[in-house]
Design a protein around this ligand. Structure first.
Ligand code: PTJ
Length: 248
C-alpha cells in the first residue's frame, strides 16, 4: 500500500497503474520504457503544466469544437493512465474515441475494447469488429484506421504517440494534435499542435476549459487557431525545462 506521505506519491500511483495494466496484458512490451522516458521529461518540467502547454490546449479544444469529426486515438499507455478522463473529455467536445495501437495484436485490442465497455463507453472504435481502412493506402498496421473514425476524421488527438504513425497521419491532411512530454520527439515536431505535458494533467485540464470555449463566438476560436504557431510554442515549451538547477 502506497503512503500518501511519500514525496513521490503521485508518480508512484502512475507507475502502479502502468504495472497493473501490463500484468493484465493491456500494454505493449515496451510500454514501461515509454513511460519511464515520459517520467524523466516530466521530472525536468517540474511535473507542472506550463504556459505554452496551456496555450496549445486552448487551441486543441478550439480545433476539436470546430471540427466535424474529431477523434481521440488511444493506445495502451494512455488508457492505463487516464481512461475515465479520456471518456469525459470525448463527451465534453463531442469526439469519438478510437483504439489505434502501434503494437497491434487482436488480444490487446479485445482487452482494451472490453475495458472501455466496462468503463461505460461501448461505442469505442478501432475494435477487431470495426471496418478497418488504410490511411494514404499504406498497408501497415500503423496506418490502419476505422472508417467512421480516424479514416474520415478532420482532427485527431494522438496522445503519447510514436513518430511513424504521427508522420503517416500528418501526411493525410488532417489536423494532428499530440500530447507528448518530449518536445524534441518526431511526433511533437510532426504535429500541428503539440502539447508538452503529462496526459494525466492535460486531459482533465482540457475538459475543464471545453465548457467555457463552447460558449464562445466561433470567430474567436478561429482566431485562436490562426494565431497559434506550433514551432514557436514548442521552442517555448523546450525553454520551460529545468536543465540546470543548484544542488542544495
Ligand atoms: O499501446 P501501443 O502499442 O500503441 O504502444 C504505445 C507506446 C507508447 C509503447 C508506443 O507508442 C511507443 O513506443 O511510443 P514511444 O516512441 O516510446 O513514444 C512515447 C512518447 O510519449 C515519448 O516521447 C514519451 O516521452 C512520451 N510520454 C510517455 N509518458 C507520457 C508521455 N507523454 C505524455 N504523458 C505521459 N504520461
Amino acid at each position: 500500500m502506497l503512503s500518501k506521505a511519500h514525496p513521490r506519491y503521485e508518480s508512484l500511483v502512475l507507475r502502479d497503474k502502468i504495472v497493473k495494466a501490463s500484468k493484465e496484458g493491456l500494454l505493449a512490451d515496451s510500454a514501461m520504457i515509454a513511460h519511464g522516458r515520459g517520467e524523466a521529461f516530466d521530472y525536468l518540467l517540474g511535473e507542472k503544466t506550463t504556459i505554452p502547454a496551456k496555450r496549445a490546449m486552448y487551441v486543441t479544444v478550439a480545433l476539436m469544437i470546430l471540427s466535424k469529426n474529431p477523434v481521440i486515438s488511444v493506445n495502451g499507455n494512455t488508457t492505463a493512465l487516464a481512461i475515465d478522463e479520456i471518456i469525459e473529455f470525448a463527451k465534453a467536445v463531442d469526439a469519438k474515441i478510437e483504439i489505434n495501437l502501434f503494437y497491434r495484436t487482436d488480444k490487446r485490442v479485445d482487452k482494451l475494447t472490453q475495458l472501455y465497455k466496462d468503463h461505460g463507453y461501448p461505442e469505442i472504435l478501432g475494435s477487431n469488429d470495426d471496418d478497418i481502412m488504410y490511411i494514404n493506402e499504406i498497408k501497415n498496421p500503423r496506418a490502419s484506421a476505422s472508417k467512421t473514425g480516424i479514416y474520415s476524421a478532420d482532427t485527431i488527438l494522438v496522445p503519447l504517440e510514436d513518430g511513424d504513425r504521427a508522420e503517416i497521419l500528418s501526411k493525410s491532411g488532417k489536423n494532428i494534435i499530440t500530447i507528448d512530454l518530449n518536445p524534441l520527439s518526431r511526433t511533437s515536431k510532426m504535429s500541428d499542435v503539440s502539447i508538452v505535458d503529462n496526459v494525466v494533467r492535460a486531459i482533465p485540464f482540457m475538459t475543464k476549459i471545453a465548457d467555457d470555449l463552447k460558449s464562445q463566438d466561433k470567430e474567436l476560436l478561429k482566431g485562436m487557431i490562426k494565431d497559434f504557431d506550433n514551432k514557436t510554442n514548442l521552442e517555448e515549451s523546450l525553454n520551460s525545462f529545468k536543465i540546470k538547477e543548484d544542488i542544495q
